[in-house]
Design a protein around this ligand. Structure first.
Ligand SMILES: [Mn+2]
Length: 447
């Protein structure tokens, strides 16, 4: 079933009710899902893909309603201040978003949402992880992604895309893939008068459809700007990203109502400031905010990406332990951007060991990014391993990758059977997208 062209807001409401009725009637369902870190990129590219493919015919393909699914529980939306800052620009409320809470309970999901009625499109990852992966990975019909190809999606995806290529943001790839469909949608809406009567405050159909386009364009542009530092990060920005931003800026400029107030630099700064403002979050929430997990054989790796240095996290941990009620409401000072190179202390070590133990991890890695005192972009990598096999994998990783990553040790020891390594990562061009595969390779060498 194709849906008539409407705003993103009305599309998300329709998609949510379609999901509900598919679950109760066992009727066919197509889902578009980003990765389980559910960063801004994963969220926006799944929504963009679902919105455009649900409304716009692509040659040779049946038009179906696509449901965009955030790969997190609803409560975790609150951990993403940059998303909350962005949603008003797209005229969407957090309640409109569709999350894992809208699926049946994971313990019964295979019977309540049988795999054979589902089709899955993966965006911003190319191997479905966890429970969803074990139940639905054979039902993946298409992928658009910018991570290393894990070879899990069949080479021939028929009418559906199989695009896996390097770009700063996956949303750029989805934007570029969808531009013909989007342009047809804008034109069709204008000629058919589909928008008529949906927004009385606007003078004519053209104003309505250009407004809807501008709102969707904001949503998409946000991730590309965040992932490429407003197209200035040379290590990340590709032609895909530049091309997509140019196209999206044109969509914004088509709307007289939106374009008069739009300033790309200010838009980027607003989102970037929101993303870096984690002072109100607890240490555990900061670690959960952008977290991914993988299994290799019988070992499990978890990795958190964090927008503050280890020193900041250490102070969060020690302040948390001095709070009677366990709530962190003390502001950690912005000395945080200064790299202190502190040794890892007891409170922090305890907190990250607990985090790893709760998830049964063999290796837990934390990658930090921040601006150093001299204004340069800096990275750190910290790894703990509470298991013997994990520790062996970490040593292999060090042998194989420390030269490439230019790791400089800040702290390293074994404590109560837990191995700890903490480095400055001088090769700042490698993010989790590169470092996780290096760790996973070291893990798989032990199988
Ligand atoms: Mn991404």
């Amino acid at each position: 079933m194709a849906v008539p062209r409407g705003s993103l807001r009305s599309f998300l409401s329709r998609a949510k009710s379609a999901l509900r009725s598919s679950i109760s009637n066992k009727s066919p369902l197509t889902l578009v899902i980003g990765n389980e870190s559910a960063d801004l990129d994963s969220i926006t590219c799944s929504i963009l893909y679902a919105y455009l493919q649900s409304s716009a015919p692509t040659a040779g393909r049946q038009v179906r309603l696509h449901v965009p699914l955030l790969n997190i529980p609803r409560a975790d939306i609150a951990l993403r201040p940059e998303l909350l800052a962005l949603l008003p620009h797209a005229n969407v409320d957090a309640d409109h978003l569709i999350t894992l809470d809208d699926l049946p309970d994971l313990a019964r999901i295979g019977s309540e949402l049988p795999p054979d009625i589902t089709r899955w499109i993966l965006v911003d990852h190319n191997a479905l992880q966890g429970t969803l992966g074990s139940v639905y990975s054979k039902r993946v019909v298409g992928v658009i992604d910018h991570h290393d190809d894990e070879g899990k999606v069949p080479q021939d995806t028929g009418d559906e895309p199989r695009i896996i290529t390097k770009s700063g943001s996956c949303t750029s790839l989805v934007t570029n893939y969808s531009r013909d469909a989007w342009d047809r949608l804008s034109t069709n809406a204008l000629s058919s008068g589909a928008a008529h009567g949906q927004d009385d405050s606007l003078a004519d159909d053209s104003a309505v459809t250009t407004l809807w386009d501008a709102q969707v364009a904001h949503l998409a542009m946000a991730s590309i700007l965040i992932d490429t530092h407003d197209l200035t990060d040379e290590n990340k920005t590709t032609d895909h990203d530049r091309k997509a931003v140019e196209y999206l800026a044109a969509k914004v400029n088509m709307s007289p109502r939106i374009s008069k107030d739009f300033d790309r630099g200010m838009f980027f700064t607003k989102l970037s400031d929101a993303k870096r403002d984690v002072d109100s979050l607890s240490l555990t929430d900061i670690l959960r905010k952008d977290y991914k997990q993988w299994s290799e054989g019988d070992q499990t790796l978890g990795m958190s990406s964090v927008v503050k240095p280890v020193d900041y996290l250490q102070r969060k941990a020690s302040e948390a332990t001095t709070q009677q009620d366990g709530k962190v409401d003390v502001q950690v000072s912005e000395r945080a951007t200064t790299q202190q190179d502190s040794k890892v202390d007891g409170a922090f070590m305890g907190a990250i060991k607990d985090f790893a133990a709760e998830r049964n991890l063999d290796i837990f890695g934390i990658m930090t990014t921040f601006t150093a005192d001299d204004g340069s972009f800096a990275r750190e990598l910290l790894v703990i391993s509470p298991s013997e096999t994990g520790a062996t994998s970490v040593k292999k990783f060090v042998d194989n990758s420390s030269a490439e990553l230019k790791l400089e040790e800040v702290d390293g020891r074994n404590e109560d059977k837990t191995l700890l390594r903490y480095w400055r990562q001088k090769n700042v061009s490698c993010s989790r997208k590169q470092v996780a595969p290096m760790l996973r390779k070291a893990m798989s060498m032990q199988q």
